[in-house]
Design a protein around this ligand. Sequence first.
Ligand SMILES: C[S@@+](CC[C@H](N)C(=O)[O-])C[C@H]1O[C@@H](n2cnc3c(N)ncnc32)[C@H](O)[C@@H]1O
Length: 210
Amino acid sequence: MNLARRTMNHPAFALAYERIWRPTSFLAATGRTMQADRRDAVRTLRLSGARTVLDVACGPGNFTHYLSRRLPGDGYAVGIDFSVPMLRRARADNRGPRAGYVRGDARRLPFPDGGFDAVCCFGALYLIPDPMLAAAKMIRVLAPGGRIAISTSHRSDGPLGRVSTAVGGAGGLRVFDAGTFPELFAEAGLVEIEQQVHGLMQYVSATRPG
Ligand SMILES: C[S@@+](CC[C@H](N)C(=O)[O-])C[C@H]1O[C@@H](n2cnc3c(N)ncnc32)[C@H](O)[C@@H]1O
């Protein structure tokens, strides 16, 4: 297990993640707050028209619970992650009547085809050993007409980008070209593909045709 994966499985990291690590590291990498990312997730996933959302690699549930509260009616959100310490934090800090958590691997999602109206995966594809397989599985569980949204690393040629690629690579983090996920989504037949780049991260969303 590489350094990044070992870190995600450490109870102390899981404890500090939502309040300290996530806000500071993403602010440094993107210039954006977690609140801005959460609001954009609700918008890009079009949750006002969704009933179910799957949050892949949910960590301590820092998006899952927020998203569950933005679903209309009796909609619910499911978070899946393989880290036991992260899921403990999710159940302690981000439980709610419409948020639930499952332990599992993003590459083998234990859900039926088309089972969710919205699927997201934020800040995790660069950690997953086979990110393309994980993305394909997310598309598999997305219902026709549903939205998928991801945020992940973005290759930047500036000095900061080169440093982060080198440091991240040594720790087991992958860096993706801007075209990787838009092309993957287009090849899978998704439409309405949107991409934004903020600093070292890219945000990509798309619709599965109805
Ligand atoms: C940096 S956290 C992201 C948490 C949250 N989505 C966010 O945006 O703040 C990355 C998470 O990915 C999870 N993860 C990494 N590889 C995974 C895999 N193959 N299957 C499920 N979860 C995975 C880690 O356990 C960790 O909780």
